[in-house]
Each structure stands twice: as structure tokens, then as C-alpha cells.
Design a protein around this ligand. Structure first.
Ligand SMILES: N[C@@H](CCC(=O)N[C@@H](CS)C(=O)NCC(=O)O)C(=O)O
Length: 224
């Protein structure tokens, strides 16, 4: 059976978990925190999630989602048409690379008690506003992220976009996602009608205190 390593507060862990749950693929969850023991040789950068298969370990959430899609094609999380599939993957990339990775620069202050410089925050604010405006041009929300069907783009967007909204609200006092004209709250409500997303959301809530405690201890021990 597949084993998914990571923790339920991690958006990338939840992206893969949501894909597995949507497809009904059996898997075991193995709790590994960031900087946790045993990551060596399985996830070279020490990041979670990573996935254990019968053939070895995989890291990088989108690689895992693509592997799961190839191995268990039904129900499909990507259209069969090459163009439509590329549009879904384009949105996944924008969500992961341009929205989440940019917003991630705020997490140290938003969630882990660090203070970032005004100059740094001003730069990230401009960058995030620009990237969200670009993301909005590609996202369909019709009603799903990439169109009228639930796809792997929803696995990425549902697990990351609310974090960008929350982090920017905490740091700047303004939800930059909403400010970009992205009405993300009804979208989250829609996705959370799905049993798979309900499980992800419940497990995330349960994991919140544990994960924050670990992250704060790590920040304190590294003088962060
Ligand atoms: N590109 C990676 C990003 C994974 C990632 O950043 N994971 C975070 C947790 S959400 C992590 O492990 N952070 C610890 C670190 O970067 O050392 C993916 O898609 O899997």
C-alpha cells in the first residue's frame, strides 16, 4: 500500500492526500514533521510530502499527483484532451509556483512569530499582488478552479489559496486574494461539500496545534 509521509497542516501534503481520497486509492498516512527524522534519502531537500510506493520513494507533490493519476486514471483528475489537460496543469503551476511559493515568504511572520523587514514585506506584497492578478486571468472558477469539473487544479488551489489569503490578511491587514478580485470563500465552501475535502479539512484542524508547536520550537532553537 502507498504511504504518504508528512503532516495534515501542510498544504502540499493535503494536495496529494485530496487526490488520493478523491480517487479512493488506499494509502497509509505517516506523520513526519518538517526537519523530522528519517527524511534523508527519501526527500533530498527534507520537504514533505513524500510518497512511498512499491518501487521506491517520490517527492514533489505534483510528481506524486501525476503518478497517482497515471496509475489510477479513474475517476480522472485531468481531462483526456491534450489542450484541456495542459490548461489544468498550467493552473496547477501558477497556483504552486507563483501564488503559494510567493505567499510562503510571509508564513514566518504570519504563523511562526518572526518579524520580517518592512522592505522585504513591501517587495513580497507587490510580487504577490502581481502574481494573484495573473492567476486570476487563468483561473475559471466555473465553479471549479479550471472549469466545470473537479480536477487536480482543485487539489492545488483548494489547499493553497486560503493560506495565501490568511497569511496576507495577518501580515498586511488585507486579504490580497480577495483584493485581486478572487472570491475564494464560496469556492472553498463548494469544495468542502466533497467528503474527501471534508476529511482533509478536519484532519488539518486536528493537526494545527501539534504542527505549530513543532515549528515554534524549531524557530526558537535556530534563533528564528
Ligand atoms: N515543491 C514542494 C514543496 C513542499 C514544501 O514546501 N513542503 C513544506 C511543508 S508544506 C516543507 O516541507 N517545508 C520544510 C522545508 O522547506 O524545509 C512540493 O510540491 O511538494
Amino acid at each position: 500500500m502507498l504511504k504518504l509521509y508528512g503532516f495534515a497542516l501542510s498544504n502540499y501534503y493535503n494536495k496529494v492526500k485530496l487526490a488520493l481520497l478523491e480517487k479512493g486509492v488506499p494509502f497509509e498516512e505517516v506523520l513526519v514533521s518538517f526537519g523530522g527524522e528519517g527524511v534523508e534519502g527519501k526527500s533530498p531537500l527534507g520537504k514533505v510530502p513524500y510518497l512511498e510506493t512499491e518501487q521506491g520513494f517520490l517527492c514533489e507533490s505534483q510528481v506524486m499527483v501525476d503518478y497517482i493519476e497515471a496509475r489510477w486514471p479513474t475517476p480522472a483528475l485531468i481531462p483526456s484532451d491534450a489542450w484541456q489537460a495542459a490548461k489544468v496543469r498550467e493552473l496547477v503551476t501558477y497556483s504552486d509556483l507563483h501564488v503559494e511559493l510567493c505567499a510562503r515568504q510571509l508564513y514566518a511572520q504570519a504563523f511562526f512569530g518572526r518579524t520580517l523587514s518592512e522592505k522585504f514585506l513591501a517587495r513580497v506584497k507587490g510580487e504577490l499582488a502581481k502574481n494573484l492578478a495573473a492567476f486570476k486571468q487563468l483561473a475559471v472558477f466555473g465553479p471549479y478552479a479550471a472549469g466545470d469539473t473537479f480536477t487536480m487544479a482543485d487539489c492545488a488551489v483548494y489547499t493553497s489559496l486560503p493560506l495565501a489569503a490568511l497569511a496576507s490578511k495577518i501580515v498586511y491587514g488585507e486579504d490580497l486574494v480577495a483584493a485581486a478580485g478572487i472570491d475564494w470563500k464560496p469556492y472553498v465552501k463548494l469544495i468542502e461539500q466533497r467528503p474527501a475535502a471534508q476529511k482533509v479539512a478536519l484532519d488539518r484542524k486536528t493537526d494545527q496545534e501539534r504542527a505549530l508547536g513543532v515549528a515554534r520550537a524549531k524557530a526558537a532553537s535556530t534563533g528564528g
